[in-house]
Design a protein around this ligand. Structure first.
Ligand SMILES: NC(=O)c1ccc[n+]([C@@H]2O[C@H](COP(=O)([O-])OP(=O)(O)OC[C@H]3O[C@@H](n4cnc5c(N)ncnc54)[C@H](O)[C@@H]3O)[C@@H](O)[C@H]2O)c1
Length: 423
């Protein structure tokens, strides 16, 4: 049966997107380059926590499928591209995944196709990078096929806001491209917001992520000042959040994580240089946020020094929670990696416990570790890096000899305990 929607890239974005279209009654196929992923999906096994395996089994039974064979694209009505957009080692945009996917689509492009790029990227990618590749097929945009950009805004682990109910922003190369893409999304997603160009849609997504990065940096800078002034940053943020207008609450932490916030802003920085423009807010926010693992290491050092009369060198440290945010197992860009490496470099013997991350490895930082059982008493210090909700933090305060709480997970109990040091 011909698929109505083909999604290229079966990851954190592609799989929930496939779910939403499948649940709207569309015939959906996921296309990926990793055979193992495809096999798992076809067996109804999901590796994306937002789409549990029971749900995946039902979707597969109802017709959702996955393949590594790009030829299925020929018969699809719409092709949505959701492949990675990382940074290179020099921290410049790496469009290689997008261009490879576009090349594979171009080889199968036919009259009437709708192609939508969903991957986060700089303004101009759809028109300047993807369109020329697709037009190598001999078809012209707006005549032979339609092309649009629509940023994915999924927040992995967020049960309130999902791919289905977060409004979808759509901007096409031509007005007809916008309408065609908007009509497709309207068939499955609650709200669609049209903008006039792909560039506006591309920049919308970056603005959202830069907004988060800058505000997190602001609260991280204030947290560092609070440490010197011995003011509780968490109390201040909580109090500021009582203002019903003009303030939005952001939490301090050990640094940025995830595939989006630490990376996407630099896509704009790079593109802005082409226009002789320097995105200073982005650079400054990056600098402050990247300093946080170093600041957190100094908190661990202070805590060991003052509360345990111990040096970092030789002390046993348990890092509690390593995923980049609570209740998921996503390790991408997690600040825990940097912090573990810094603690090790200072001579500490570091272990970690994370119910969602059985093992972690980072070749660049030389890390290869397995999660250990949560036995706080065996350590000189427990550092709460990610506050998974399954952990009993009150019990932790009772059991551990020293806690450094970078997430305010220990709450009032931690505030009252002399053995808890908070960010
Ligand atoms: N993860 C998020 O929370 C999130 C949120 C919004 C936007 N985004 C953006 O969405 C895009 C995809 O991110 P993701 O988190 O889904 O990535 P991911 O790494 O989870 O998944 C990408 C998938 O694409 C596959 N792939 C790579 N190259 C391919 C190719 N040429 N053809 C087919 N498949 C290919 C990979 O094997 C992988 O399964 C990125 O631009 C990202 O910035 C991600």
């Amino acid at each position: 049966m011909n698929p109505e929607v083909a999604i290229v890239g079966a990851g954190y974005v592609g799989v929930p997107l496939a779910q939403v279209f499948a649940e709207a009654g569309k015939r959906v196929v996921l296309v990926d380059v990793v055979q193992e992923r495809v096999d798992m999906l076809n067996r109804g096994e999901s590796y994306i926590e937002d789409v549990p395996s029971e749900l995946m089994q039902r979707l597969v039974a109802d017709g959702l499928s996955a393949t590594t064979d790009f030829d299925v694209l020929r018969d699809a009505d719409a092709i949505l591209i959701a492949v990675p957009t990382p940074l290179s080692r020099q921290r410049e945009p790496d469009l290689s995944y997008v261009l490879r996917a576009a090349t594979d689509v171009a080889a199968r492009l036919r009259e009437g196709h709708l192609v939508v790029l969903e991957a986060t990227t700089y303004p101009g990618t759809t028109r300047e990078d993807v369109l020329p590749v697709l037009e190598r097929s001999g078809l012209k945009v707006g005549e032979g096929f339609h092309l649009a950009f629509s940023p994915e805004r999924v927040d992995p682990g967020n049960e309130r806001w999902t791919t289905k109910n977060v409004p979808k922003v759509v901007g096409g190369i031509t007005p007809a491209c916008t309408e065609r893409a908007a009509a497709l999304y309207e068939s499955a997603i609650d709200t669609v917001h049209r903008v006039s160009t792909p560039e506006a849609a591309e920049l919308t997504k970056l603005l959202e992520n830069i907004f988060r990065s800058v505000n997190i940096a602001l609260v991280n800078e204030i947290a560092q000042l609070c440490d010197r002034m011995t003011i509780d940053i968490w109390e201040v943020v909580e109090a500021a959040a009582t203002k019903p207008f003009g303030f939005m609450s952001f939490s301090p932490g050990p640094g940025l994580g995830g595939h989006c916030i630490p990376i996407d802003p630099f896509y704009l920085t790079w593109k802005a240089r082409e226009f002789g423009f320097y995105t200073e807010f982005i650079e400054l926010a990056g600098k402050v946020n990247e300093s946080m693992p170093y600041f957190c290491r100094s908190l661990v050092s202070q805590a060991l020094n003052h509360a345990a009369q111990k040096a970092m060198k030789g002390s046993r440290v348990l890092v509690l929670g390593v995923a980049y945010k609570p209740d998921i197992g996503d390790m991408r860009e997690s600040p825990a990696l940097k912090l573990i490496s810094l603690l090790q470099n200072a001579g500490s013997d570091v272990s970690y416990h994370d119910p969602h991350v059985p093992r972690l490895a980072d070749a660049r930082l030389g890390l290869n570790m397995e999660s250990v059982p949560l036995e706080p008493a065996g350590y000189d210090c427990v550092v709460i890096v990610t506050d998974h909700s399954s952990i009993d933090y009150e019990q932790l305060v009772d059991d551990a000899s020293l806690v450094v709480d970078l997430r305010n997970a220990t709450g009032e109990k931690g505030a009252e305990s002399p053995k808890v040091f908070k960010l």
